[in-house]
Design a protein around this ligand. Structure first.
Ligand code: TRP
Length: 365
């Protein structure tokens, strides 16, 4: 449908503070989309119920990160006047939707989901996969469809979840009639942002690897991490030619730096291409490039840090934002659930024809 309302739904598991990988991969884009004026409704979800699917024995950890993630959202510029930040478990309609969607997905289809496969391996779940965890792609389809999301801005690792969601939408609509809205995934268009490596050069930033730069980190700590970043191990003397592939500092520059940064912090170069050419030629030291990256990152992170400090002093306000956002989210999800039950013809008490049909059935017996 052409003129359907444009709706964003996305979210994160509250298992820890968010880092610059989240920021480059998704948060920054969300704020741009929010401010583009192109969206009618925006929902940003703190996915506590999904986080519990592999943390059932540690609800305290999830509880402890609700406000943390809300602060991260608010500090990057998610504006509660434009976007509803909400807590997944508060929207109980989501579990009800999942329950009906479960009938439309096979076990073997879930087993083929690459993200689930990778996570099962990472968590050593092979022999003992919790059913709830195994089911989370279905619950994610409920999250997305409950809000009639047209656009889901997420990182690349969420692609299989969107595929699963689309399949459920098609299946539901073909079995029960046109009801659910098919979402589109929106990936970062900058390749470096797709998967920002950790500061050690390892493929992914992850808390357990200790290679993250957090959004809430102090200026001094960010600098320390940048100065310790993995570069080209063969670039020993300044005069040595340097490699860009796998060079974390340059990947971060690809993700964050703009030409204006050169004018401000490194005017000997006009742009990143010139800096890269010099590095490859030899004669450019890592420390100089790292100092530049530090300036670029600090420029990005310092307004975030300042906004966070304000909100940290106003936790009552943060709490209210979450509460209001959760209520609004719940109203929306309830409307979709009603449509779903209507399509499935299980809305017995809203459906006057239900009793009439039955009366007819028993009238001439
Ligand atoms: N799976 C996402 C993550 O791990 C969180 C999430 C849950 C989500 N439900 C969603 C993201 C719906 C986008 C849409 O970060």
């Amino acid at each position: 449908m052409e003129n359907r309302p444009q709706i964003i739904l996305t979210g994160d598991r509250p298992t820890g503070k968010l880092h610059v990988g989240h920021y480059a991969g998704s948060l920054k884009r969300r704020v741009e989309l929010q401010n583009s004026g192109k969206f009618d409704e925006i929902y940003i979800m703190i996915a506590d119920a999904q986080a519990l699917t592999d943390n059932a024995d540690n609800p305290g950890k999830i509880r402890d990160n609700i406000i943390e993630v809300a602060l991260d959202y608010l500090s990057v510029g998610i504006d509660p006047a434009k976007a509803n930040i909400f807590i997944q478990s508060h929207v109980t309609e989501l579990t009800e939707l999942s329950f009906y969607y479960m009938n439309l997905v096979t076990v073997s289809r879930l087993q083929r989901n690459p993200t689930v496969k990778a996570e099962i391996q990472m968590r050593n779940f092979e022999a003992s996969i919790p059913v709830g965890f195994f089911n989370y792609p279905i619950s994610q389809a409920a999250d997305i469809t409950a809000f009639e999301a047209t656009t889901v801005p997420v990182g690349e690792d969420q692609m299989p979840m969107l595929e699963q969601t689309k399949e459920i939408v098609h299946k539901f609509n073909s079995v029960y009639g046109e009801t659910l809205v098919e979402p589109k995934i929106l990936l970062p268009d900058n390749k470096a942002c797709l998967r920002l490596p950790g500061i050690d050069g390892k493929a992914k930033m992850s808390k357990s690897l200790g290679n993250c730069i957090y959004l809430s980190e102090s200026e001094a700590d960010v600098k320390k991490k940048v100065m310790s970043m993995f570069t080209d191990p063969d670039h020993i003397q300044i005069s040595d030619p340097g490699k860009l592939e796998g060079n974390t500092v340059f990947t971060y520059l690809d993700a964050f730096c703009k030409d204006e940064h050169f004018a401000e912090y490194l005017p000997e170069y006009a742009n990143l291409d010139e800096l890269k050419a010099h590095y490859q030629r030899g004669g450019l030291g890592d420390v100089k490039v790292k100092k530049f990256l530090n300036n670029v990152l600090q420029e990005e992170l310092s307004p975030i840090r300042a906004r966070r400090a304000e909100y940290e002093k106003n936790l009552d306000e943060v709490y209210d934002i979450l509460k209001r956002g959760s209520e609004t989210a719940r109203e929306k999800a309830a409307k979709t659930l009603a449509k779903v039950k209507h399509s499935m013809k299980i809305d017995y008490f809203e459906d006057e024809s239900f009793l009439a049909e039955q009366k007819k059935k028993y009238s001439n017996s």
